[in-house]
Write a protein that binds this ligand. Structure first.
Ligand code: NCD
Length: 321
């Protein structure tokens, strides 16, 4: 595959449904291509005609700020035609099923569908019914592949590599697709993952994914290079998982005291949206020397440009939509 006369590594998949199953080489292809878009996004003129004539549809059945906006910007910066389908005003509200909605959109010949859905597995099911490439923008508590890629790009740019790093993922692991995609990616790339959470927010048997589990921030964060905080996903909790928010912040909220157990230069990350005073103290979140939360958002656009390009222009499938 050529772009601007240069050879671009080929990504050998039709869809991006998850990180699970991707090889280190495939992850590196996505990260290297994303890296090339970081500079373009910092220029005054941020556009290039890479996806000219291609159609991308954002189909979000769940709320989103960052993911939906960054896919939209990514498509526009590559010169594609991108539309947002607002589920709130669509026929889904009239009882149309997920598959019927997908088939309707498919009949309009899009090149890529970006889908977010509250049910784990729904995006894969949809990908089996359409002719175009499908990107998972987050399915239930299963996977959120572009989030893990943008997290990895942020870490790689700061630390130069992923292998050998000790990464602590803290908070509501049970309901987090971000945690699952990050565990797959970090393990595949040779980093070591620790999960820190109360017993009620860690799925039993998660050690089988190759992680270490801690129920205490001081022990779990010891000598960590990266501290990744997660929001309590209350929209996915069917009941009370915690005695109180105050107690949760006391034991698991990231403040300077707890952070002191990590390495002195440990980076603070959060996928957003943040709940200040719940999982993270506001001063820690805004600490320009340590927090890379805004950089994560910036990298999100570059990653989504790379993913859109590599899937929409995949020579194995082009014109087969
Ligand atoms: C995450 C998500 O939707 O899974 N947000 C995001 O995409 N940046 C995390 C969250 O909602 O807490």
């Amino acid at each position: 595959m050529k772009q601007d006369g240069k050879d671009i590594a080929h990504f050998p998949h039709r869809h991006l449904l998850g990180i699970e199953g991707l090889s280190p080489t495939e992850i590196s292809i996505l990260l290297d291509r994303s890296e090339s878009y970081v500079d373009q996004n910092r220029r005054v003129d941020k556009t290039s005609p890479v996806l000219h004539g291609r159609t991308i549809i954002n189909l979000f059945f769940e709320d989103s700020t960052r993911t939906r906006t960054s896919f939209e910007l990514a498509g526009k910066r590559l010169g594609g035609d991108i539309i947002n389908m607002s589920v709130a005003t669509s026929s889904v509200k009239k009882g149309e099923t997920l598959i019927d909605t997908a088939m309707t959109l498919n009949a309009m010949h899009p090149d890529v569908l970006v889908v977010r859905h509250p049910d784990s597995g729904a995006v894969k099911l949809l990908s089996e019914k359409v002719n175009c490439a499908v990107i998972n923008g987050g399915d239930g508590s299963h996977e959120h592949p572009t989030q893990a890629l943008l997290d990895a790009l942020t870490i790689r740019r700061r630390r130069g590599h992923l292998s050998g790093l000790q990464v602590a993922i803290c908070g509501d692991i049970t309901h987090s697709r971000v945690a699952r995609s990050n565990i797959h990616l970090l393990n595949t790339m040779g980093a070591r993952v620790r999960l820190i959470a109360p017993c009620t927010l860690i799925p039993p048997g998660i050690e089988r994914m190759g992680v270490e589990v801690f129920h205490n921030m001081a022990d779990g964060m010891k000598d960590c290079d990266i501290v990744m905080m997660l929001r309590l996903q209350r929209e996915r909790m069917g009941g009370n998982f915690l005695p109180s928010i105050r107690e949760y912040f006391h034991f698991f909220g990231l403040d300077y005291e707890k952070l002191s157990h990590a390495k002195e230069d440990a980076l603070i990350m959060h996928p957003g949206p943040m709940n200040r005073g719940v999982e993270i103290d506001t001063d820690v979140a805004d600490d320009v020397g340590r927090s890379v939360i805004r950089e994560q958002v910036e990298m999100g656009v570059a990653v989504r440009m790379a993913v859109l390009e590599l899937l929409a222009l995949n020579p194995e499938y082009e014109g087969k939509g």
